[in-house]
Design a protein around this ligand. Structure first.
Ligand SMILES: C[S@@+](CC[C@H](N)C(=O)[O-])C[C@H]1O[C@@H](n2cnc3c(N)ncnc32)[C@H](O)[C@@H]1O
Length: 202
């Protein structure tokens, strides 16, 4: 979803949730950190939350069947398998390297300026724009840029569920005056039409 062919020395996965990216990047020698408010939870509760969240995507897909495409995953069964593998990878890594999983919330992250070469953010900004407003998005994007040395990548650019576009996206980009922004196509697609990421760079 971020169209990554190689990884730089340090990467932040912001709002990583129960994803396996940080574990996989760390196994490749990258200084990889994940941040999420859920990491405040005691370990047993975090395990339980991740396990209980697994059927949640299936529920959203069932409610909006026409809004999803399967050429990336192949089938709902394969998607579920991959999701479970990623969750297992996360749960294993969080138990052996808890220092990689930092509690924190946008729009204020507990990291210094330009701490990471690359900052990734998936399925929070724009996805949850029913919950977070335009001012929050602007503050969140500025914060992601603050902790990035080179680039911020955000995916997708549409809302969860029906995949509606976010009406204030171009206004937001205009407000980021000191940052270069580009909307770039990616090979991944699950929500129909959600195949673009936002790339911000200094
Ligand atoms: C839909 S999940 C996405 C998880 C992962 N990035 C993925 O694509 O599978 C959204 C995540 O955002 C986290 N979250 C919610 N509010 C947040 C905030 N203000 N700052 C950072 N993360 C937040 C939630 O705890 C949840 O893990």
């Amino acid at each position: 979803m971020f169209d990554l062919s190689e990884l730089p020395d340090s990467v932040l996965d912001c709002c990583a949730g129960g994803a396996g990216f940080t574990a996989e990047a760390a196994a490749r020698g990258v200084d990889a950190i994940a941040v999420d408010p859920a990491y405040e939870l005691p370990a047993a509760e975090l395990v339980d939350t991740v396990r209980r969240s697994l059927p949640a995507t299936a529920g959203i897909v069932d409610e909006h069947t026409g809004s999803f495409v399967w050429h990336w995953y192949g089938s709902p069964e394969r998607k579920d398998e991959l999701r479970i593998e990623a969750a297992d990878r996360f749960l294993q890594d969080v138990s052996i390297a808890p220092e990689r999983y930092v509690p924190g919330s946008l729009p204020e992250l507990p990291f210094g300026d330009q701490r990471f070469d690359l900052v990734l953010c998936s399925h929070l900004l724009f996805t949850w724009s029913d919950k977070y407003d335009q001012a929050w998005h602007l503050a969140a994007l500025r914060e992601l840029v603050r902790v990035a040395r080179n680039e911020v990548r955000v995916f997708p650019l549409v809302r969860q569920g029906g995949g509606e576009s976010v009406p204030y996206l171009s206004e937001l980009l205009d407000q980021l005056t000191d940052v270069r922004s580009e909307i770039r196509k990616v090979p991944y697609e699950f929500q129909a039409g959600a195949n673009e990421m936002l790339v911000l760079s200094r």
